[in-house]
Design a protein around this ligand. Structure first.
Ligand code: CP
Length: 301
């Protein structure tokens, strides 16, 4: 993985994914390891973020490296009309690694092609969010003891939700069964359905929140308001699914509720005290997983 960009989760093999999860466990056991004291990491966020940016910056700090960058592109020369190509060419002269979030699908791949240093995709539009997937896998393995043969129900915005796109591709290595729960307007895109069909993965599509009793993982997602061109369409679907605590009554003891966060209404706060609610620990796992990703790319392990 040394010097290898992480743009799509499919850039890394199953073995490489498992290696990062092992590194993440090592960093969780011992989070302060200043292995990158002479390195500079650029954190370029062209789109808002709380967890991804702050957990990356925490990971960088815990590894002893320094961070440059911006959390709001209006404070960069992008606002003067500088192209992404020129920005990346400049920043790759300053830093040893670039972490980038951008609203355009394909922007991370393009950046990786322009950069002299590896690029980590921190989310490109509705396309991919591979580091979220690695922390999701870490959370699933930690709570289930395995990644193999699990039943995963994904609920909500399966059209624009980049986290579910990356997660289904990664889980395809581990013989999952999927239930996709979405309104007609937000169904899993055809390309991902074909991807699963080609791999012989079992999946079901439904529009109601039934079958919860079968799940090992219930993966809730936010309806991605920022991706809708028609605000009326957003209003129609924004509260399509709201998980309430009573709905978890007959679920499996090992069930965990995951959500990449931020949530809006899709998980009621009455779920939060339930031991099956795992989304805040999931976000914490992002620090250790991102330490593992950076360490692997910088060739530290
Ligand atoms: N999960 C996630 O990407 O959250 P942020 O948008 O806050 O980074």
């Amino acid at each position: 993985m040394k010097n290898k960009s992480l743009v799509s989760i499919n850039d890394y093999s199953k073995e490489e994914i498992l290696q990062i999860l092992e590194l993440a466990a090592e960093f969780e056991a011992n989070p302060n390891q200043p292995l990158l004291k002479d390195k500079v990491v650029a954190s370029l966020f062209f789109e808002p973020s709380t967890r991804t940016r702050l957990s990356f910056e925490t990971a960088i700090n815990r590894l002893g490296a320094r961070v440059i960058g911006f959390s709001d592109s209006s404070s960069s020369s992008t606002s003067k009309g500088e192209t992404l190509k020129d920005t990346i060419k400049m920043v790759s002269n300053y830093a040893d690694l670039i972490v980038m979030r951008h609203p355009l699908e394909g922007s991370a791949r393009y950046a990786s092609e322009q950069s002299r240093v590896p690029v980590i995709n921190a989310g490109d539009g509705a396309n991919q969010h591979p580091t979220q997937t690695l922390l999701d896998l870490y959370s699933i393995k930690k709570t289930q003891g395995t990644l193999d043969n699990l039943t995963i129900i994904m609920v909500g915005d399966l059209k624009y939700g980049r986290t579910v796109h990356s997660l289904l591709m990664a889980m395809a290595h581990f013989n999952p069964t999927f239930y996709f729960v979405a309104p007609q307007e937000l169904k899993m895109p055809r390309e991902y359905i074909i991807y699963l069909q080609n791999k012989g993965i079992t999946f079901y599509e439904q529009s109601d929140m039934t079958n919860l009793e079968k799940a090992d993982i219930l993966y809730m997602t936010r309806v991605q308001k920022e991706r809708f061109s028609d605000s009326m369409e957003y209003e129609r679907v924004k509260n399509a699914y709201i998980l309430r605590n009573y709905m978890l009554e007959n679920t499996k003891p090992n069930l965990k509720v995951l959500h990449p966060l931020p949530r809006v209404n899709e998980i009621h706060t009455d779920v939060d005290p339930n031991p099956k609610a795992y989304y805040f620990q999931q976000a914490e796992n992002g620090v250790y997983t991102r330490m593992g990703i950076i360490a692997a790319i910088m060739g530290l392990h």
